[in-house]
Design a protein. Structure first.
Length: 246
């Protein structure tokens, strides 16, 4: 009887262990975990984009980044990469970095056991196959980590990283002006900026708000004397050099 009564307690404990890492989604928690949030060198801002590669929009971001003369990190979804490998090859050819955003854009807490690990490994292998480089970074969809995702990232030799500031560019109401207004309070040295180069999981056409804000974001950073670049140049606390060509 006592054993039966303890089962709900044990199950609750397992659920807490599984879901516990998800609290890192909260800004207050990320502030006390600067390495996970992506806080880096005081003279640098990391520019990152999620949810591509998308042939309708990602090339436009690449064109603009080329015009601005800066590089970024693109967190790709495996399902998008499988459909559009040529876009990812262009990302790397133009000096940008590719990270893993999972295979599908799903909340790690709502998946079947083992699914996150399998899909993460599958995405890592595809990035390496398509680009010739093994990815270094993992950003979970929605910024939601689970115990399984953390273990899987370690096994895949991926460094989980979230963001210090985002532009809220995924809504139908977003505009270049609203993106910039949202970013400004956190646009400082050491920041990791989250934007989206695709509307694959968001309001149709919302990527235009991020693209329109991009020149002002880069210009603002440069006015502050800050360099803008990918995570590999950001000096994220505790990050090791684990990337390389194959």
């Amino acid at each position: 009887m006592a054993r039966r009564a303890s089962l709900p307690v044990a199950l609750a404990g397992l659920a807490l262990v599984h879901a516990g890492p998800a609290v890192t989604w909260l800004p207050s928690v990320r502030r006390v975990l600067p390495g996970l949030a992506g806080a880096g060198n005081a003279g640098h801002v990391a520019l990152t984009f999620d949810d591509g590669p998308d042939p309708r929009s990602t090339p436009r971001f690449l064109d603009e980044l080329g015009r601005l003369g800066c590089r970024a990190t693109f967190f790709v979804l495996g399902e998008m990469l499988a459909r559009h490998p040529e876009v990812a090859r262009r990302i790397v050819a133009e000096g940008h970095e590719v990270g893993v955003h999972g295979w599908r854009h799903v909340n790690a807490l709502l998946t079947r056991p083992g699914e996150v690990a399998v899909e993460m490994g599958r995405a890592v292998d595809l990035v390496q196959e398509v680009t010739g480089f093994r990815p270094v970074w993992y950003r979970p969809p929605y910024g939601v980590l689970s115990a399984e995702a953390l273990v899987a990232a370690r096994l895949c030799v991926l460094r989980p990283v979230l963001w210090t500031v985002w532009g809220k560019d995924w809504t139908a109401e977003a505009s270049p002006a609203s993106v910039m207004t949202t970013l400004l309070p956190g646009l400082r040295g050491g920041a990791t900026v989250l934007l989206h180069d695709s509307d694959h999981t968001a309001a149709p056409g919302c990527w235009r708000s991020a693209l329109g804000a991009l020149p002002e974001v880069v210009d603002r950073c440069r006015q502050l004397g800050l360099r803008v670049g990918p995570l590999r140049e950001h000096g994220v606390a505790g990050a090791g050099a684990v990337s390389g060509a194959v």
